[in-house]
Design a protein around this ligand. Structure first.
Ligand SMILES: Cc1ncc(COP(=O)(O)O)c(C=O)c1O
Length: 409
């Protein structure tokens, strides 16, 4: 029997109708379509290292499969992995994290979801420095909470910084949480230890939670990176997110983690079990090998990314209409194309589409991160070879020059 109207269609909550997908994935799909038509596409779109997962990690996953380690595990993760994560964080940040303060998740994204779903009530506000990785505000909105954006400070030449005084101006009686992504996606900024300290001090003074996402903590090329976990009272106000996706090039393995004081971790695990039961058992075994095995491949990868960062900075400086800077971390750069947009009358979306369809190069428009602060910017991920970076930027340069010549005629 056919129903007159579909309750599945009409029962959808309004906030879900209004959610934006992660636009990065949209442009990647467009690029794939172009490639299928025979275009040699160069993509600065993807947010994952191009280097395959390191051999010793894959070997451990194979061993886990051979041993048929293929069942459910504890929801919070196998104890070997939670201990390995705690050891890693303690060695690195002197953080005194215990294994029972770690919840292993299906990627860092699930850690973000778990954190937000556990703390945000409808009507609560979450302060999001913008531009931002879109998951925090989108998940917050899906929960009926309200993202309140604070623009990062931008200056050509020196890049993006966090002005804690302007964060404080946005604190209201409804503010529950502040997001700190460090190193930062999409700008590649590494916030200074002073900025981190000031933000944590604000949280302490105003009784706010800091959602700290440090998934790029190994991708730091210069400057000093300070983890929130170095603050000895982190347990009182920090929800800490990290994971294996970027550091060990394990994006498809879906392995991330949330660190939170143990009494709260126990409660959050009750929500986790109802969402995903546990992270994939095989990935968890591989995740132990990643943390405890040799870090030499990670070091090599970071050196390669440093080289790429230097090349992209150098090459972008030669492109007309672009104002750039030297990002200190992650593997993104978020230059301003304001001059080009002003001269051509284009939006950053139009510019990105134009370059995609005329030059076969993928960039992401700044407006997908996620609203207006990035409207004069584009994001380029340099998780591709130096050759491709040079070739892609040569095409972008050509495209920008053509656009400028056309408008100046
Ligand atoms: C800042 C940030 N947090 C979290 C994630 C998600 O990581 P995962 O793939 O482990 O879910 C990403 C991925 O791009 C990211 O950039």
């Amino acid at each position: 029997m056919v129903m007159a109207s579909s309750p599945v269609l009409h029962g959808l909550r309004g906030v879900i109708e209004g959610l934006r997908g992660e636009a990065g994935f949209l442009y990647i799909a467009k690029a794939r379509e172009l490639a299928r038509r025979g275009v040699e596409v160069i993509s600065f779109g993807v947010g994952q290292p191009d280097i395959p997962t390191f051999d010793h990690i894959v070997e451990e996953a194979k061993r886990a499969l051979d041993e048929r380690f293929t069942g459910y595990t504890e929801t919070a993760g196998i104890v070997e992995l939670r201990e390995a994560i705690a050891d890693y964080l303690n060695e690195r940040y002197d953080a005194s994290v215990r294994a029972d303060e770690v919840i292993v998740t299906t990627g860092a994204k699930t850690a973000i979801y778990l954190a937000l779903a556990s703390f945000l009530n409808p009507g609560d506000e979450i302060i999001v420095p913008e531009p931002s990785y879109p998951a925090y505000p989108e998940v917050a909105r899906s929960l009926g909470a309200r993202p309140v954006y604070v623009p990062l400070k931008w200056s050509p030449g020196s890049g993006f910084s966090l002005d804690v005084a302007s964060v404080e101006e946005k604190v209201s009686p409804r503010t529950k949480m502040v997001v700190l992504t460090n190193p930062h996606n999409p700008t590649g900024a590494v916030f200074s230890p002073r900025q981190v300290d000031e933000l944590l001090d604000l949280a302490r003074r105003r009784g706010l939670i800091i959602l700290a996402d440090e998934i790029y903590d190994n991708f730091v090329y210069e400057g000093e990176f300070k983890s929130v976990l170095t603050h000895s009272d982190w347990r009182d106000y920090v929800l800490y997110v990290n994971g294996h996706s970027k550091t060990f090039s394990m994006t498809g393995w879906r392995l991330g983690y949330l660190v939170v004081r143990s009494d709260v971790a126990r409660k959050l695990t009750r929500l986790a079990v109802n969402i995903y039961s546990c992270a994939p058992s095989i990935s968890q075994r591989a995740g132990v090998a990643a943390l405890k095995g040799s870090w030499e491949p990670v070091r090599k990868m970071i050196e390669e990314f440093r080289r790429r960062r230097n090349v992209i900075v150098e090459e972008l400086a030669r492109i007309p209409g672009v104002e750039s800077y030297r990002p200190q971390g992650a593997f993104y750069i978020f230059p301003s194309v304001e001059k080009l947009l002003r001269e051509t009358g284009m939006t950053s979306e139009q510019l990105v589409e134009h370059i995609l369809y005329n030059k076969g190069v993928v960039m992401l428009p700044g407006t997908v991160f996620p609203e207006t602060a990035g409207k004069n910017h584009v994001r380029l991920s340099y998780a591709i070879s130096v050759d491709k970076i040079r070739k892609g930027l040569a095409r972008i340069k050509e495209g920008f020059e053509e656009l400028l010549t056309k408008t100046r005629k």
